[in-house]
Design a binder for this molecule. Structure first.
Ligand SMILES: Nc1ncnc2c1ncn2[C@@H]1O[C@H](COP(=O)(O)OP(=O)(O)OP(=O)(O)O)[C@@H](O)[C@H]1O
Length: 257
């Protein structure tokens, strides 16, 4: 299996109010992700999940360590190279959608490929095909404020996958959704992963969302403290394992370290 991501001894410090105080948001994380994996990142609030995702997404910088993306250490790239990598190879899905309110859903999706060398007709066909698959074809000409949260989130999903990224990074993608929309979105991510072999890394607090993953990494105080593998388990069995882990997690982390 092709290794997409190989992170070695990653640290991220934030300076806090007084200069002598540093927050160690990521504390010596090493991890690998192979092509086609659907990996979840869980952990308590403040454990470093978003920081880790943002470093991989190239929207935050590591303090130390190596982040190898397809064999290239992205910590060594210039801003211009990073922006090219982000535009071409990474699909981002955030909880707050990040859609532009002045553009229709169609235009929001189109924006993702506007700088890429693609044929107009092909791209129109592709947008319609993806919108059909995600159930938002009927609302493509609507503005974000005219559609539901679930439809906005599926538009964000379409925008992330239209350019066929090497990896999809999702931060709490179901955080703002009701149960039905949340299941629909998770189903979409599962389809992307199974049908198109998309590699997905998803930060989530939600054990239901995490039960769609093939592997889950648990962060605590900036470190990976546990890993849960799906193996042959059903979603329900994985969900139960995650719940058990969280009970242990809140009862005393020493037990799983
Ligand atoms: N820009 C920043 N400046 C200073 N400290 C920060 C900054 N961003 C995050 N932190 C700190 O880094 C640590 C990790 O934060 P991060 O947002 O990555 O956690 P998280 O696990 O994603 O939390 P949550 O689940 O609440 O979103 C926390 O202690 C947080 O307060």
């Amino acid at each position: 299996m092709k290794k997409i991501l190989n992170i070695k001894s990653l640290y991220k410090y934030y300076e806090s109010g007084t200069s002598s105080n540093k927050v160690k948001a990521i504390n010596r994380v090493s991890m690998e992700i192979e092509s086609g994996e659907f990996v979840g990142i869980m952990g308590a609030s403040g454990s470093g999940k978003t920081t880790l995702l943002n470093i991989i997404a190239t929207i935050d910088e590591a303090s130390e360590g190596v982040v190898n993306f397809n064999g290239i250490d992205i910590t060594k790239l210039s801003d211009e190279q990073l922006s090219k990598l982000r535009n071409e190879k990474i699909g981002l899905i955030f909880q707050d959608y990040n859609l532009l309110d002045t553009l229709t859903l169609y235009e929001n999706i189109l924006l993702a490929v506007v700088n890429l060398d693609v044929n107009d007709n092909d791209i129109r066909k592709k947008i319609i095909e993806i919108a059909e698959e995600l159930g938002i074809r009927e609302v493509l000409n609507h503005y974000p404020y005219e559609v539901s949260g679930g439809q906005r989130q599926r538009c964000a999903c379409a925008r992330a996958i239209i350019k066929k990224p090497e990896i999809i990074l999702a931060d709490e993608p179901t955080g703002a959704l009701d149960t039905n929309s949340s299941h629909a979105l998770l189903g979409t991510l599962e389809t992307l992963n199974k049908k198109y072999n998309s590699t997905i890394l998803m930060v989530t607090h939600d054990p239901v969302a995490a039960s769609y993953c093939s592997r889950i990494l648990v962060l605590n105080d900036g470190k990976i403290c546990a890993e849960i593998l799906r193996g042959e388990k059903s979603k329900k069995q994985l969900f139960n394992d995650i719940l058990k882990m969280n009970i242990t997690f809140s009862g005393g982390l020493d037990e799983i370290l």
